[in-house]
Design a protein around this ligand. Structure first.
Ligand SMILES: *Cc1c(COP(=O)(O)O)cnc(C)c1O
Length: 466
């Protein structure tokens, strides 16, 4: 395959139009380790390998696009949370990515699971995990979903509205099953992240406001409901958070509510959940904490606050999702077309179109999320060019990676790997343009195993009953 790019002018162009956070790489072939799973590396020919298997072999065996999970890495991330937060409960947030294998892995590493629909609960059930260690979330759980949760015996239901408290009370009585509940509160803390994924400022759909007094009312309502066992308060302040100060303020407000409730009711609630949202590296601009550093910071905040309020430290839990599933997988695509698009002022941008797109990763289009990418099937001596990796959908916003330096000779047939694609990619995938969803495969010690098979056009046609 040959090209007509003029490498020199691409290079000059690239550096001037790159966003300020994106540095010109010294070696465009090199991987930045914190973006990749622990067992990903490039071999002597510049081919990306994961746990001993090359992406060229993977592409031959499972096709593209595909999500490729490094099982040992995902397990290690789960275990790192369990170890750093010893004595706490860690609930893996299933919405980031769930299949029966992942449910088993995290449960074998000592974690519980948070689900937020009947579908996610059904996966946990099929995986055979201990349902007492499953939490059921959601701001609008249906009666059928609440019934599913209660009869399955989930360990806790996180209630989110007065309607739900009434609905769950009636249902628990009807089924003669006691419901262990937590009350989801909003603390007024706005996480330093994109607006659509910040969930604890007041003007949004989740939870009961502490400041508005509704959180205290909801606690009292659950406390007085005969068939509900109120176990604690739940706060989740948002996602992709890097600084502990948001957690500090939220935790202080939550513990004050916990202490106020103890005073007014005479009951110190046994549990407290601080939610998830721990940030990961999608690009070189992101510098996430380790579970150990997070644990030290959160324990310090909790101990100091409980001591000053004169209350016993409750049994704590957190709910990491992307910090476990995100970095352990990359998405693998094949380049179909490469276009030098002319821009105003005589400049141009290199558009690299791959065989997937917004149907397998909506985050760039939805949240203006940033990603990174590498040419995965070979080394290149070409200079770096500022590129945009786009999909194959009929939509101008179908962008996977807005800005990345790729070798200027990137060509049709090349493989592109996008790291940190394990969370909120397959789980948010759609069939836009009637495109079948890619498979999820795991590589473990040089062996590849399909966790979720590739969807087919026949699967899609089967839904269309005419
Ligand atoms: C989404 C969510 C999480 C997990 O968020 P991550 O950013 O994936 O860690 C945890 N708890 C609740 C209640 C959530 O809604």
């Amino acid at each position: 395959m040959t090209h007509t790019h003029v490498a020199g002018s691409i290079h000059a162009d690239a550096t001037s139009r790159a966003p300020s956070w994106l540095a010109l790489p010294e070696d465009v072939n090199a991987l930045l380790p914190r973006l990749w799973s622990a067992n990903a590396a490039k071999d002597a020919d510049g081919v990306l390998t994961v746990a001993g298997m090359s992406v060229t072999e993977l592409a031959d065996r499972v096709g593209t696009p595909a999500y490729v999970v490094d099982e040992a890495d995902l397990r290690a991330r789960a275990r790192a949370f369990a170890e750093a937060f010893a004595g706490w409960e860690i609930y893996y947030a299933a919405k980031s990515f769930l299949c029966t294998a992942v449910a088993r892995w995290v449960s074998e590493e000592g974690l519980g699971i948070d689900v937020c629909s009947s579908g996610e609960l059904a996966v946990a059930q099929r995986a055979g995990v201990d349902l007492r260690r499953v939490g059921l979330h959601g701001n609008n759980k249906s009666v059928a979903e609440l019934r599913h949760g209660l009869t399955a015996g989930v360990g806790r239901i996180i209630v989110d509205s007065f309607d739900e408290i009434a609905r769950l009370s009636a249902l628990a009585e009807e089924l003669q099953l006691r419901a262990r509940v937590m009350v989801r509160v909003t603390t007024g803390v706005e996480a330093h992240t994109h607006e659509y994924i910040a969930t604890a400022h007041e003007d949004q759909k989740f939870g009961f406001s502490i400041a508005g007094g509704q959180a205290a009312e909801a606690l009292a309502a659950c406390h007085h409901a005969s068939w509900l066992d109120l176990v604690g308060i739940h706060s989740h302040i948002g996602s992709q958070i890097f600084e502990p100060d948001g957690f500090e303020v939220a935790t202080r407000r939550t513990l004050r509510l916990h202490a106020d409730f103890a005073q007014s009711s005479g009951v110190e609630l046994p549990e407290l959940d601080l939610g998830g949202g721990f940030g990961i590296a999608y690009t070189s601009a992101d510098t996430p904490s380790t579970p150990q550093a997070l644990a030290t910071a959160l324990r310090g905040i909790i101990d100091a606050e409980c001591a000053s309020l004169g209350i016993t430290v409750p049994h704590l839990s957190i709910e990491p999702g992307r910090a476990i599933s995100g970095p352990s997988a990359f998405a693998l695509y094949r380049v179909g077309t490469v276009k030098q698009v002319l821009l105003d002022g005589g400049t141009s941008r290199l558009y690299v179109a791959v065989d997937g797109g917004m149907s397998d990763n909506i985050r760039t289009a939805l949240y203006a999320a940033e990603y990174s990418a590498t040419v995965a099937n070979r080394r290149s001596d070409a200079p770096p060019a500022l590129a945009r990796v786009v999909g194959m959908h009929c939509e101008g916003g179908d962008i996977l990676v807005r800005d990345e330096f790729l070798p200027a000779d990137v060509a049709p047939g090349d493989l592109i790997a996008v790291p940190a694609s394990g969370a909120y990619s397959r789980s948010m995938a759609s069939n836009y343009n009637h495109v079948p969803r890619p498979p999820v495969v795991a590589v473990t010690s040089g062996e590849v195993r399909t966790l979720i098979r590739r969807e087919t056009i026949e699967d899609l046609l089967a839904l269309d009953v005419g």
